[in-house]
Design a protein around this ligand. Structure first.
Ligand SMILES: Nc1ncnc2c1ncn2[C@@H]1O[C@H](COP(=O)(O)OP(=O)(O)OP(=O)(O)O)[C@@H](O)[C@H]1O
Ligand SMILES: [Mg+2]
Length: 345
């Protein structure tokens, strides 16, 4: 699936359509869009009311005639028309005018590791609707590895873990390609769900969708490793009475609750390491695992991984934008291909 560097260099812009956020990199301009993949629509007229951050704020607060849609689900575009409209608005007139001026507009996009042909087609169709004549697809794992500066083309193995919203993808890379990979359908959304369930069971509190984020931020208040404040005040609705109530939530208990969905991720890491040749496992033990994706910032995830595998774990500098950054580097020609067989020259 992954396009060649030569083909990618001819692309004018790159798109990462994620379950949580949409990111666009334009050649020469860098990252121009980093917004939630959300669109609010008027169901009576079909008109788009808002996209991105503003539409996300409307979630759970809309009157009947406004629907807040997520055109990307589970890492796949599920509503092509809506995704196109959302992207058009996110790009804005200025960027769209610049792109329209290109004679043969080419786009690059990253797709999840095991994306089926239908999912790949949906991504291509979305970008063709934006005017792209050709769309090159790149595996998210490769794009993210390039984006965080891993030496993917070296013969030594590197391990990458892309912690997204809908899924966690893992791979061992060597000589520029994937040796073994795994996609686990557990990501940031599953963690949010675990937090909501915890508050429901322990505090009989229904948490508004907007309140999960502040709680997560409280968990990671002092950075991903150090514990944040012991107690955080959360407002919600009482399950029995239906009235508004606020509770003091023990952040340590929330940390415990989010560990449950993450055990599936740890199982996946074990599976990838077991199916990897021993030489490469030795390299991974040496160099460690690089974590990227928005959920890499989840408090304690890196520590859990370190304890479960016994290998060093690093978090990329800007974990959330690594994938689109990698695509950007490739289309701007900042990555030099390594000649794998010098004897052939
Ligand atoms: N500081 C943070 N602490 C905890 N979780 C975070 C933080 N920042 C982002 N997240 C989580 O990261 C997820 C978004 O990550 P990312 O932007 O990589 O997703 P995506 O690329 O849209 O998803 P996918 O790749 O699965 O399609 C969200 O679920 C969000 O809750
Ligand atoms: Mg992603």
């Amino acid at each position: 699936m992954t396009a060649s560097l030569e083909q990618l260099r001819r692309c004018h812009f790159a798109v990462d359509l994620g379950a949580a956020r949409t990111r666009v990199w334009v050649r020469g301009a860098g990252l121009v869009v980093d917004q939630p993949s959300v669109a609010a629509v008027n169901t009576k007229t079909g008109a788009l009311i808002a996209v991105g951050e503003f539409a996300e704020k409307m979630k759970g607060r809309t009157p009947d005639y406004i629907r807040v849609a997520r055109p990307v689900s589970g890492g796949t575009v599920v509503d092509i028309d809506m995704a196109q409209r959302m992207l058009r608005h996110l790009l804005g007139d200025k960027v769209r005018r610049t792109l329209r001026r290109k004679p043969r507009l080419r786009a690059a996009a990253c797709t999840p590791h095991d994306a089926d042909p239908l999912a790949q087609r949906a991504t291509i169709e979305t970008l063709v609707g934006l005017g792209a004549r050709r769309v090159e697809l790149v595996d998210t794992l490769i794009a993210a590895a390039v984006g965080c500066g891993l030496p993917v083309e070296e013969p030594e193995a590197t391990m990458i873990m892309v912690c997204g919203a809908a899924a966690t993808q893992l791979a061992v890379l060597s000589l520029g390609s994937i040796v073994t990979a795994e996609r686990i359908p557990v990501g940031g959304e599953a963690v949010d769900h675990a937090i909501v369930q915890h508050l429901r069971h322990q505090h009989e509190l229904m948490l508004p969708s907007q309140a999960v984020r502040p709680l997560q931020l409280a968990l990671s208040a002092n950075g991903p490793n150090a514990p944040g404040p012991a107690l955080t005040e959360i407002h919600g609705r009482d399950v029995a009475t239906g009235l508004a109530r606020s509770v003091q939530v023990d952040t340590a208990a929330v940390r415990m609750a989010i560990e449950t969905p993450l055990t599936a991720v740890l199982d996946g890491v074990g599976k990838v390491l077991r199916s990897c040749p021993p030489d490469l496992v030795a390299d991974v033990a040496d160099r460690g695992i690089m974590m990227v994706g928005g959920s890499a910032l989840l408090p304690g995830l890196d520590q859990m991984l370190r304890q479960a595998t016994g290998v060093p774990v690093h978090i990329a500098e800007r974990p959330d934008v690594c994938a689109v950054q990698g695509l950007g580097y490739m289309l701007e020609g900042r990555i030099e291909p390594r000649i794998l067989n010098p004897l052939a020259n």
